[in-house]
Design a protein around this ligand. Structure first.
Ligand SMILES: Nc1ncnc2c1ncn2[C@@H]1O[C@H](COP(=O)(O)OP(=O)(O)OP(=O)(O)O)[C@@H](O)[C@H]1O
Length: 847
């Protein structure tokens, strides 16, 4: 191809990425801002977009010199300290992984005050008072049932005086930080790949590395380097994992690892990290940046790295690992927290001086807030206050400088640095480069966010499963939606007509064969809604790889070049496979999690029936656990226990598609309570359901699972709706503690539990299943719920399959209204039919 030809393709690719990111940013802004500007505070609170009547508990200094403002519901205004259902999250729910929701802390003016302000003018609801000081804005740093912490004052954004009102309301804002970082990455990519786009006089040293060339299809992957025999640290690796390890180590630029659920993607990555970092002491240590699409995926890897045994005496030093990210977003475990940059920096020798400055800064902030030491301390006013704020500004600057030095020292000596893709673009890593960048859950991240860490490394290893959660995209345009709907109904029609017996023949249309559209963009049949070919799962008997530039089968030799993506759902992983064929990846084909019966349906329908269950798990049951008491019913020994199909009844429907979520939730709480009372008074032991579907998990847990000796920590409840999560948490947490995991599907990706209850929730006359319908998605972020309920213009697609159905090790319980869920398309219907044949079904006893 001529250089101008390839340049025009690069232009088209980059400009398409920009357009898609801009659309996504707009969608995000529309989702939050428009709602906020038009809604009254009361409505915002009802919709979980604001928390009112809050008081300040404290305002201290956190990493980066930000002020951490902690707020709660004071007993003077509220009968309960518990927050009502809300949508504030530490990890923002937008399409790309982001640092947390943005929020504004404004004065909570009562309705009467609002109607006639002191000047007799109407105050705009929910809008900041334009005449007073600008209300502080920041990132949600931590949320518990009773407290919310907002990190105010990003270092770059100046240091406006923090004037906190006595009675506050926290209002959610549109978050642009992630988009800014992704835009920056795409701008940088453009300047690297197309020198003509650089501004005259730009002296930046742009390096078009061979990694970037391969990722953009400018040159094919180089021949793999030849490694001799590999001595594995983990001798239990199966053949497909060994093949993947060798493949990743020998690849020169990029290697992809495709791991269906429970097949040990993370396990394999750990071996790869150990291999990479174990070069002889006389050689320069290899530095690895390990990223994930989510904080959870990063913590999963960190947890396993920390659990590694120290090297034998004289055989190297323990691996130095550091986790970048808010401790509040990191798994609340001591060893994990101790590996965070914040804690490590705080403990380092150089930290003492920074600590002194921090103490001084905190004292000054306390004085400004009228909480200074000494009796009757008052807020300074006038000139004195102005002077103090100047001191605070100077102290903050000094603190940042000192802290910057400490952070640099800690990171420089870390051989493995872990961060989310997004936070790899933060200022802490600004001057750091790495030999290898690893991205776990790469199939869940939009391509632009992957470029953030890619620029820091020379070689890239991606791990993921294109059949699991894709990135959540808000902005699929109308054309795309129509296209998708048409394709999905076509596909579902086809799916439904295929019997399960023929599922082994299911073949994913080869991505490389996808036709390009008139505008040169790729034809995006949702890559995830396709299936994997049996051939892709064939693992060679030795771990010697093929050259990624030599595709493994005839069909794939027709691989395409760089194409502008049609949607942000096309991940880098998808795109590479499409460009280079399956030779660019290795597939893991033995799963170590699920009882064979739990594995069977996803294997048949999504993995060409090639997903094998390792013998150590294929027949394990709850009753094999040492802590379970003997189950009185023999049926309990089956891995599918009680798939409850609840007949609908108009008086008891508990679907989410009502016009008022909070009302619906209140009603449901009452129903749950009533049912629980009824349940315990009746003393009945058999499973039955009297109303709706929402409370089933409550009973299942109390009556069956914990009753059978399971620990709450061995159980997870997965449900698509955040409102359901909030409801169940408020009911179950007091009884079973925080160890009982209750979450939406997103939170469960990468996790596993002995017993999993999936609550499908939806039950209604109209047979509306909402986002249960989408084969691969059933996302449950609160904002999605709100979107569904209040902005019907949005099409919500949500991930349940196969993530939710593949989290259970020994016991899977599905609770749902079969008469509603049955209308969720061919895939759901097929699953239900399969459950009816293979699981224990119990219908509700409406009497
Ligand atoms: N070779 C192996 N031998 C024994 N156990 C293994 C092996 N590989 C993986 N496992 C176990 O299988 C389980 C799943 O592994 P892991 O979490 O790495 O899978 P995954 O592919 O990342 O999962 P998912 O993406 O579905 O969450 C873990 O308990 C892990 O210890």
């Amino acid at each position: 191809m001529s250089s101008s030809g390839s340049e025009s393709i690069l232009h088209a690719f980059i400009s398409r990425q920009r357009t898609l990111l801009a659309q996504e940013r707009d969608a995000e802004i529309e989702r939050t801002s428009l709602l906020l500007s038009n809604a009254s505070p009361k409505l915002l609170e009802q919709r979980g977009l604001a928390l009112g009547g809050l008081g300040i508990v404290s305002a201290g200094v956190g990493l980066g010199g930000k002020t951490l403002v902690e707020l709660e519901r004071p007993s003077a205004y509220h009968s309960s300290p518990l927050f009502p259902p809300h949508t504030f999250r530490v990890v923002s729910a937008n399409s790309a992984e982001s640092p947390g929701d943005l929020a504004r802390i404004e004065e909570n003016v009562s309705t009467t005050q609002k109607k006639t302000s002191s000047k007799g003018k109407k105050v705009q609801p929910a809008a900041a008072d334009t005449k007073g000081p600008t209300p502080p804005e920041g990132v949600v740093y931590k949320v518990t049932d009773t407290r919310i912490v907002i990190a105010v004052g990003a270092p770059e954004s100046g240091d406006a005086e923090l004037d906190l009102p006595e009675r506050c309301r926290v209002v959610k804002l549109a978050n642009s930080v992630t988009y800014d970082r992704m835009d920056k990455a795409i701008d940088y990519l453009e300047k690297i790949a197309i020198p003509s786009t650089r501004k005259p006089g730009d002296t930046t040293n742009y390096e078009l590395s061979s990694l970037v060339r391969v990722l953009l299809g400018m040159s094919p992957p180089s021949k793999p380097s030849k490694l001799g025999d590999i001595t594995h640290f983990d001798e239990s690796l199966n053949q497909s994992q060994k093949v993947a390890v060798r493949f990743a180590l020998e690849a020169q630029e990029v290697a992809c690892i495709h791991g269906p659920p429970g097949t040990g993607k993370t396990h394999t990555l750990i071996e790869i990290i150990r291999q990479l970092t174990s070069n002889p002491p006389d050689q320069k240590p290899v530095r690895v940046l390990v990223c994930g699409a989510s904080n959870l995926s990063v913590d999963n890897i960190l947890e396993r790295l920390l659990a590694l045994p120290p090297p034998e005496k004289g055989k190297g030093v323990p691996l130095k690992v550091t986790r970048i990210g808010h401790p509040a977003r990191v798994m609340a475990r001591e060893d994990i927290l101790n590996a965070t940059l914040e804690i490590k920096a705080g403990r380092s020798d150089q930290a003492a001086l920074a600590k002194d400055v921090k103490a001084e800064l905190n004292a000054a902030l306390d004085t400004l807030a009228g909480k200074g030491k000494g009796k009757g301390a008052k807020k300074p006013r006038g000139l004195e206050r102005k002077k103090m704020w100047e001191d605070v500004r100077a102290l903050r600057k000094e603190y940042r400088q000192r802290e910057g030095g400490v952070v640099k020292a800690v990171l420089s000596e870390s051989q493995v640095v872990l961060a989310t893709c997004h936070s790899a673009g933060g200022r802490q890593l600004r001057d750091h480069t790495f030999d290898i960048v690893i991205i776990d859950e790469a199939t869940q991240a939009v391509e632009a966010v992957c470029w953030v860490p890619i620029f820091r490394g020379k070689k890239l290893i991606l791990a993921g499963d294109p059949m699991q959660l894709p990135p959540t995209i808000l902005s699929l345009d109308k054309h795309e939606k129509k296209n998708k709907q048409a394709k999905s109904s076509e596909k579902q029609h086809k799916d439904a007509s295929e019997s399960e017996a023929t599922s082994t023949k299911l073949s994913k249309p080869n991505k490389s064969e996808s036709s390009s559209t008139h505008d040169g963009q790729e034809d995006v049949t949702d890559p995830s809604s396709e299936n994997v070919t049996a051939e892709q799962f064939t693992v060679p008997s030795t771990d010697t790889p093929k050259n990624p530039s030599e595709p493994s089968n005839k069909k794939t030799s027709k691989h395409s070049g760089l194409r502008p993506p049609r949607t942000l759902e096309t991940t880098l992983f998808d795109r590479l496979e499409r460009m280079y064929g399956p030779g660019i990846k290795r597939v893991l084909n033995v799963q170590y999690r699920m009882h064979a019966q739990i594995c069977q349906f996803p294997s048949n329908t999504l993995y060409a029936s090639k997903l094998k269950s390792h013998e150590s798990v294929s027949s394990h049951l709850l009753c094999d656990l040492s802590n379970t008491r003997s189950f009185t019913e023999t049926k309990m020994k089956r891995p599918f226990k009680r798939s409850l199909a609840v007949p609908s009844s108009s008086s008891t429907r508990l679907g989410v598609s009502t016009s008022n979520a909070s009302k619906a939730t209140e009603m449901k709480v009452a129903d749950v309570m009533r049912t629980r009372l009824w349940w315990s008074k009746s003393g009945r032991r058999s499973l039955c359901v009297s109303v709706g579907t929402r409370f089933c998990p409550v009973m299942l847990i109390s009556e069956r699972q914990v009753g059978a000796g399971l620990y709450p920590s061995q159980i997870a409840i997965i449900t698509p709706y955040q409102a359901q999560v909030t409801l169940l948490s408020s009911l179950l947490r007091p009884e079973y503690g925080p160890e009982l995991e209750i979450g939406t599907v997103d939170g469960m990706q990468g996790r596993e539990k002995d017993a999993v209850i999936i609550s499908l929730v939806r039950s209604n006359d109209k047979r509306e299943v909402g986002f249960l319908k989408e084969k691969r998605r059933m996302n449950g972020t609160p904002s999605h719920l709100l979107q569904y309920t209040f902005c019907r213009a949005w099409v919500i697609i949500n991930p349940l399959f196969p993530v939710a159905m593949t989290r259970a090790k020994r016991h899977l319980c599905v609770v749902g209204d079969s008469s509603t869920v049955r209308h969720g398309g061919a895939y759901l219907n097929k699953w239900l039919a399969w459950l009816e044949r293979h699981a224990d079904i119990q219908f509700a006893d409406l009497a």
